[in-house]
Design a protein around this ligand. Structure first.
Ligand SMILES: Nc1ncnc2c1ncn2[C@@H]1O[C@H](COP(=O)(O)OP(=O)(O)OP(=O)(O)O)[C@@H](O)[C@H]1O
Ligand SMILES: [Mg+2]
Length: 283
């Protein structure tokens, strides 16, 4: 169980995440949605401790994640692998070495410097790449791959860490619809087959609905919705996306109509009508 208790992050006078409390059981697939600036990335980064916590406590299986340091902190960061929108691979390095870098914090500096990897790790890396359908690119430089392929390599690198959790920050935001679907299917698959908890920020509502058993909606640093996809009513969507005090419009980019995984729920579009009201359109 991952537990957040009144977790807050301030940047100067701004509160990016405001007293968020959540319990995420092992094996859940959770989507976090919300407008730009709602605090989604900051929340994920605090869980992984890429960003420190200003107030509140994060624990995992009773371990106080938010106050770990040194070796214990490194172990935690290995247990919760991060996936980023921009993949964060080493572009000039071959694919299999990129994946093997997932074992870096288990290895000596010396072995790392000379790219010395045990044979069993290399075989494991290749079998993970195979599973993700990108093994034929194992010897290519990462930069030679398409975005969708690179993101699958990033997922392979994450799996190489044998993580307990995968945290993905808008993993499909830079991908075309087909690659977005392939990458989301891969995340769903590791969640279902290995039982790894997946927490992912998503900028499209329908992707969250199609893939996640639980959706958390954030607005202005707070959790304003937490429930199953079918509990996400029009009002809930308005509260998540429409609460802008500035009256800013809901943009079409918040939804995408092209992802319809596994024949699940129909797409829902969030639109602003001529009167400036937020409306939902079901396909
Ligand atoms: N390192 C930082 N320094 C100062 N302010 C920051 C920093 N990181 C985030 N913020 C602020 O915290 C708030 C939340 O940002 P965050 O990146 O978490 O939002 P987000 O929901 O991920 O948005 P997006 O959908 O655009 O990625 C924003 O107001 C942002 O400007
Ligand atoms: Mg973000």
């Amino acid at each position: 169980m991952l537990e957040l208790s009144k977790v807050t992050r301030r940047f100067g006078p701004n509160t990016a995440v405001d007293a968020v409390s959540l319990s995420i059981p092992e094996g859940q697939m959770v989507g976090i949605i919300g407008r730009s600036g709602a605090g989604k990335s900051t929340l994920l980064r605090m869980i992984n401790r890429l960003t420190g916590v200003s107030d509140g406590v994060i624990t995992h299986s009773g371990k106080p994640v938010s106050s770990l340091s040194g070796r214990e902190l490194r172990n935690w960061q290995r247990d919760c692998a991060m996936i980023f929108q921009q993949f964060n691979l080493v572009p000039r390095l071959d694919v299999v070495s990129n994946v093997l870098h997932g074992t870096l914090n288990m290895r000596s500096t010396f072995a790392t410097m000379f790219n010395l990897f045990p044979r069993e790790d290399i075989l494991r890396a290749i079998s993970i790449l195979e599973r993700l359908g990108v093994a034929e690119n194992a010897t290519k430089r990462a930069e030679a791959l398409s975005g969708g392929q690179q993101q699958r390599v990033a997922i392979a690198r994450a799996l190489m860490q044998s993580p307990k959790l995968v945290l993905a920050d808008e993993p499909i935001a830079s991908l075309d619809p087909l690659n977005a679907q392939i990458v989301m299917d891969a995340l769903k698959d590791i969640n279902e087959r290995e039982g790894i908890t997946v927490v992912t920020n998503l900028h499209t509502l329908d992707t969250a609905r199609n893939y996640c058993e639980r959706i958390i909606g954030m607005a202005q640093g707070r959790v304003v919705f937490d429930g199953k996809p079918d509990e996400l009513t029009t009002d809930a969507v308005r509260e998540i996306y429409g609460a802008g005090a500035d009256g800013a419009e809901i943009s079409e980019a918040m939804t995408s109509t092209s992802l319809n995984a596994r024949g699940r729920a129909a797409d829902v579009k969030v639109k602003t009508n001529a009167a400036g009201e937020v409306v939902l359109e079901t396909a």
